[in-house]
Design a protein around this ligand. Structure first.
Ligand code: OMP
Length: 237
């Protein structure tokens, strides 16, 4: 992979239980965002036919954060192949064997020209160092992201989900090859909500994000298309 920095692109997270709402967002935001993300909230509420229906012909980030024993995760990856996602998540904390099994299943179940990039979620952006310590992980989010990031890339993943705070150290340790995807993005002045490790779109771009993921700052805006266009303009600025 080239060492040239790639332009930072925008993913919108369509987090809702309502199929009509998701469809309306997907239609209204087409052309303002580079990819749509559908995840646990929508898939559990509406089902996978609705995921397929809402995504239509738009590139799909299927964010299911798989985390189970290797055999189960591999089977899940195979089952998801009909949805043809571009990006698919699993938890790095599932370990090397789980990630390798997902890699093998992905390579076997998807045609080579329609294979999703497998992204390992490192440390959720809703966790700060204190919250992480409560789970038994001492030493802070940055160190844990670097540790899990190296393991994930060594286990055949295409990229990582992390906060923008870890982008620079990850690029330093792992170079340009990993696709780095950063949620926890908050345009200046927007509500932080449950996110802890946040940055603005421009800060994430400058730190080396390939993709930023933005949900509520777009979907809860009075005019979601205008909010997405403003973020795209910030990224391009
Ligand atoms: O895997 C993800 O996309 C993800 C990982 C993470 O560490 N943090 C995180 O917020 N996300 C997702 O990114 C989206 C962020 O949404 P907002 O906080 O509304 O912008 C949600 O759909 C989360 O599920």
């Amino acid at each position: 992979m080239s060492d040239t920095p790639r332009p930072t692109k925008l993913i919108v997270a369509l987090d809702t239980q309502d199929t009509a709402q998701a469809r309306q967002w997907a239609t209204g935001l087409a052309g303002h965002v580079d990819m749509i993300k559908l995840g646990l909230e929508f898939a559990y509420a509406a089902g996978f036919d609705a995921v397929s229906d809402v995504a239509g012909t738009q590139p799909l980030f299927l964010d299911l954060k798989l985390h189970d024993i290797p055999n189960t995760v591999a089977s899940a990856v195979r089952s998801l192949s009909r949805l043809r996602p571009r990006l698919l998540t699993l938890h790095a904390s599932g370990g090397r064997a789980m990630m390798q099994a997902a890699r093998a299943a992905c390579d076997e179940a998807f045609p080579a020209d329609a294979r999703p990039q497998l992204l390992a979620v490192t440390v959720l952006t809703s966790l700060d160092d204190a919250g992480l310590a409560e789970t038994g992980v001492q030493g802070g989010a940055r160190d844990q992201v670097l540790r899990l990031g190296a393991l994930a890339m060594d286990s055949g993943m295409d990229g990582l989900v992390c906060s923008a705070h870890e982008l620079a150290p990850l690029r330093q340790e792992l170079g340009r090859a990993p696709v780095l995807v950063t949620p926890g993005i908050r345009p200046a002045g927007s509500d932080q909500g449950d996110q802890k490790r946040i940055m603005t779109p421009a800060q994430a771009r400058d730190a080396g994000a390939d993709w930023i993921v933005v949900g509520r700052p777009i979907t809860r805006a009075a005019d979601p298309a205008a909010a997405a266009a403003a973020i795209a303009a910030e990224l391009a600025g």
